[in-house]
Design a protein around this ligand. Structure first.
Ligand code: NDP
Length: 240
């Protein structure tokens, strides 16, 4: 039977590449998004992958949304917590709202999604949880106290939960992408982009498909002994 995969924020950027790659592996895939209906429709038209709209920051919405996905596709075996936002500002100018929005989506969202799927994975004795963190959760980044805190939190969550899932056949891993050529990064002025590329030993931005291929490995049955790990996929920009 095909595995069922749910990718949050799976309609654009890195998440879209992940959803497509999992589908190419034979998974039944659901992609969620937060609000951009146009992008979601274009994604479904291109890929045939069904999309679902709710905010990962809302626990009850996650519960109801997951029930809808499972009614359509069956129990979720693979969860990719990819949805994420930035609300950058130097700390002295950062508002409590900018802090809270990023924590709610990038950290609490990971709890909300995983918590609502955990019981089923435990019962079925199989699960793959893959959390998309960031290089900036590892090294910190000026103007991103909120984002770096949330993404570092995702790494602690991954390590703790891996220990709880191990005997139940559930692996929990994190991926820390470096700078990837998504809309977000391509929107920064060319000069800034060039300076970022100058800090990457491989000499280029990453491709969303390179993150997707890492997810495909971690999601596979072959990766059953890999749990609690942090996969660094950053072109050598930051070595832990
Ligand atoms: P994008 O901005 O291109 O896409 C984000 C996706 O997340 C969209 O589908 C968006 O939905 C969805 N989303 C945002 N907020 C919510 C929410 N509250 N509930 C549900 N879905 C939501 O992001 P990227 O592809 O650039 O990034 C993907 C992940 O990778 C993020 O976690 C990011 O932090 C991380 N990352 C990205 C890097 C990069 O260089 N791009 C580097 C390191 C990490 P909608 O379309 O409706 O807005």
């Amino acid at each position: 039977m095909a595995r069922v995969a749910l990718v949050t924020g799976g309609t654009r950027g890195i998440g879209a590449a992940i959803a497509k790659a999992l589908k190419a592996q034979g998974c039944e895939v659901a992609a969620t998004y937060g609000g951009n209906d146009e992008a979601a429709k274009a994604f479904t038209d291109e890929t045939g992958i069904k999309t679902y709209k709710w905010s990962v920051g809302d626990y009850d919405a996650c519960k109801d949304g997951i029930a809808e996905v499972e009614a359509d596709l069956g129990p979720v075996d693979i969860l990719v917590n990819n949805a994420g936002i930035t609300r950058d500002a130097p700390f002295h100018k950062m508002s409590p709202q900018q802090w809270q929005e990023v924590i709610d989506t990038n950290l609490t969202g990971v709890f909300n999604m995983t918590h609502n799927l955990w019981g089923g994975m435990r019962k079925r004795k199989f699960g793959r949880v893959i959390n998309i963190s960031s290089i900036n959760g590892q090294k910190g980044q000026f103007g991103q106290a909120n984002y770096s805190a949330a993404k570092a939190g995702d790494l602690g969550f991954t390590k703790a939960l891996a220990q709880e899932g191990a005997r139940a056949g559930i692996t929990v891993n994190a991926i820390c992408p470096g700078y990837i050529a998504t809309d977000m990064v391509m929107a920064v002025p060319e000069k800034v982009r060039e300076s970022i590329i100058g800090q990457i030993p491989v000499g280029r931005l990453g491709e969303a498909e390179e993150i997707a291929r890492t997810v495909v490995f971690l999601a596979s049955d072959d990766a059953g002994f890999v749990t609690g790990s942090t996969m660094t996929v950053n072109g050598g920009q930051y070595l832990t």
